[in-house]
Write a protein that binds this ligand. Structure first.
Ligand code: GLU
Length: 288
């Protein structure tokens, strides 16, 4: 039963089956929603047609259901939401914040080297025009200012947007929407109050808050959980070939995920019993 206005979400990209690391993220967002007496939805972030794998969405949804995690509202697919992203882009364009960028990866790498910038920071080459070269991607102009936020686990985290991120892409050269724009538009459209996700996205958050600010959208609370790593300390991900999580004994996998989240040993034999116990421990550890 819902007892609060809390709205949380799990937003997997369908680029492969659910692995242990993504199950831990799903569980964290689910437990946080349940501990708050709130709502939890699943959003399939299928905006990257080059990386998405047909059928992976269904596989992910079925696996989550085996673990007792079912979206409280119809599952939303980002591939069907272009009109919303287009509208947001229009608003940013009207504010004069968008410009076309003609740089290739090689151009950017060369400029970064010349200017001593980190590998992910756009050097601003096309800020004042492409000098006759055809524009490829669309970038959002950022400000030379600190954008910070207080993460529920990691505390204060801040970046100087211009120095640490640079003007970032909102629509890619291949015409696909960028994650940073789509995630912000959908978190707002779905009324998400709390984002719980992996710490690999911590340093994306200042950029997302900037987009929220520029679009006049509310800023949700954020909680970034420690990532699951393999024996060698490498983040479990679809890219590094992490195996699909086994659904043979869901309660056992949930107990392992809870250990990873620092919730200790939870002696539950079924997912139902697990959730009943885990919710309370979650609330004690991560607060409400
Ligand atoms: N779709 C992203 C991923 O699978 C997560 C987005 C988010 O939680 O903000 O890595």
């Amino acid at each position: 039963m819902l007892t609060s206005s809390y709205r949380g979400r799990f937003a997997p990209s369908p680029t492969g089956p659910l692995h242990f690391g993504s199950l831990v993220c799903a569980l964290a967002s689910y437990l946080d929603a349940r501990a708050h007496g709130g709502l939890w939805v699943i959003r399939i972030e299928d905006i990257d047609s080059l990386r998405d794998i047909p059928g992976a969405d269904q596989e992910i949804l079925q696996t989550l259901a085996r673990f007792g995690m079912v979206s409280d509202e119809p599952v939303l697919y980002q591939s069907k939401r272009s009109a919303l992203y287009e509208k947001a882009l229009g608003e940013l364009q009207q504010k004069g914040l968008i410009y076309g960028c003609a740089c290739s990866r090689r151009d950017i790498a060369a400029a970064q080297q010349r200017l001593g910038l980190a590998a992910h920071v756009y050097p601003g080459t096309c800020r004042s025009g492409t000098h006759g070269r055809p524009a490829r991607a669309l970038r959002l102009r950022v400000e030379n200012a600190i954008q910070g936020f207080t993460d529920r686990r990691c505390g204060w985290f801040a970046e100087n947007l211009e120095r640490d991120a640079g003007d970032f892409i909102v629509r890619r050269a291949d015409g696909l929407w960028a994650y940073q724009l789509a995630v912000v538009v959908d978190d707002a459209a779905q009324g998400i109050t709390d984002v719980v996700r992996g710490a690999d996205l911590l340093d994306n958050t200042p950029r997302q808050i900037y987009v929220q600010r520029m679009l006049g959208l509310p800023v949700p609370r954020y909680l970034h959980i420690a990532l699951a790593v393999d024996g060698g300390g490498v983040k479990l991900s679809k890219q590094t070939g992490a195996p699909a999580v086994s659904t043979e004994d869901p309660a056992a996998v949930l107990r392992a995920a809870a250990l990873h989240l620092g919730l200790g040993e939870i002696g539950a034999k079924t997912p139902q019993a697990f959730y009943a116990a885990a919710q309370e421990i979650w609330a004690e550890k991560y607060g409400l």
